[in-house]
Ligand binder design. Structure first.
Ligand code: ZN
Ligand code: ZN
Length: 384
């Protein structure tokens, strides 16, 4: 599907990407030295950089491609309009490619930006040359093709992109009395940075980082990369649990997209936020560590004596995790029932559940610690 050798250059894409990049590294700094940029021009640049970037990550990616939550039509319209300003094609085209990326990840023929074809291909090469041999197949995005906002954005993509991308910075610049300075920062520099920041998710986030949740594909978790990809650096988690509205699941993980979606929910503008079950996430981590340890064991007969203790520690950890998780669910269910019945003995009964939950949590920690130690000592033995 995407394997045409000598694929023809798509000249519009080549010129837009090439000329904006050239302008960003020549005209933008020269104008800065010669004329200078003021605080308002930098502010418009930063605000537009954030809005167009999050329209891609929160809108194109999490909302439309993965249906990770539902959003109010006003939010969808806003994300569709400013998503067009990111110059990354319409929602329908973008999501068609992205769903194929997840479905066929790393397959050189069917993943539109397969990282297995190298950094440059996955970063920008797939956009510059027509590897898709013409139009995209929309069979797998029928849900989006029915959405009037997606239809509208697809139909009027070019005028919308020109209006918001160039028209808005020019209009603000005209009002501010610094037409070209505002256009160079909030138009040209912003579009180039936004392009490459989001392109890094297809390239670097499949090359640089760790694979805690799955080693079945090239996707990587990288907190540093999250800083320049609008929080999408936890790409290994994302490929393992693509329907989850979060990328960085720890509360402190830099994932502004997750915080924006949370805020929209609090404002009543987003609903049905989807999360992967905690047990499934923990089991995925354990299974990945186990697979890594087993491959060391299989390639090194001298470590064979550790196999039994490794499997034991793994089984104990899984059992403890499941028991703790079940008790958490039972506690929550019981709480709902007791609250509904307004039972007098509510406190006493809830306390019983709480004690059991805490006991299981403690034994789970012990089993997990034991697993981590066993796993680490096997890896140390393999290195030594
Ligand atoms: Zn990916
Ligand atoms: Zn995705």
């Amino acid at each position: 599907m995407y394997d045409r050798e000598n694929a023809p250059v798509i000249w519009v894409n080549f010129l837009v990407l090439g000329l904006t990049f050239l302008a960003a590294i020549t005209i933008v700094p020269v104008y800065g030295f010669a004329v200078g940029y003021d605080g308002l021009e930098w502010s418009v640049f930063l605000v537009m950089l954030a809005i167009t970037g999050f329209s891609i990550t929160v809108g194109y990616h999490r909302l439309w491609s993965h249906r990770a939550f539902k959003a109010h039509p006003a939010v969808r319209l806003f994300l569709a309009v400013f998503g067009a300003a990111a110059l990354q094609n319409s929602i329908l085209n973008w999501s068609a490619d992205h769903r194929n990326h997840h479905k066929y990840v790393d397959d050189k023929k069917r993943d539109p930006y397969a990282a297995t074809r190298g950094f440059w291909f996955s970063h920008i090469g797939w956009i510059i040359r027509d590897y898709k041999s013409g139009s995209r197949n929309f069979d797998h995005i029928k849900d989006l093709a029915r959405d009037p906002i997606c239809q509208f954005q697809h139909r009027f993509y070019i005028p919308l992109a020109i209006l918001v991308n160039a028209g808005l910075p020019l209009a603000i610049g005209y009002w501010h009395g610094k037409l070209w300075g505002t256009f160079l920062l909030a138009g040209i520099l912003r579009i180039v940075l936004n392009h490459h920041f989001t392109f890094f998710i297809n390239s670097l986030a499949h090359i640089w980082g760790t694979r805690p949740y799955s080693t079945k594909d090239t996707s990587r978790d990288n907190p540093l990369l999250a800083l320049v990809t609008y929080g999408e650096g936890y790409h290994n988690f994302h490929h393992s649990f693509q329907y989850d509205y979060r990328n960085g699941i720890k509360w402190y993980a830099y994932d502004p997209g997750k915080w924006i979606i949370h805020t929209l929910e609090r404002l009543g503008l987003a609903t049905e936020l989807r999360r992967a079950p905690r047990l499934a996430i923990q089991k995925a981590r354990l299974e990945t560590q186990r697979a890594q340890a087993i491959s060391h064991l299989n390639s090194n007969p001298a470590l064979e004596h550790l196999r039994h203790s490794l499997e034991d520690a793994y089984k104990n950890a899984v059992t403890a995790l499941e028991a703790w998780n079940q008790s958490r669910i039972a506690w929550m269910d019981q709480k709902q029932i007791l609250l509904r019945e307004k039972s007098r003995s509510i406190k006493g009964e809830l306390d019983q559940f709480k004690i059991r939950y805490r006991d299981l949590k403690r034994s789970c920690r012990t089993a997990m610690d034991h697993w981590q130690q066993t796993h680490a000592s096997l890896l140390n033995a393999a290195v030594a």
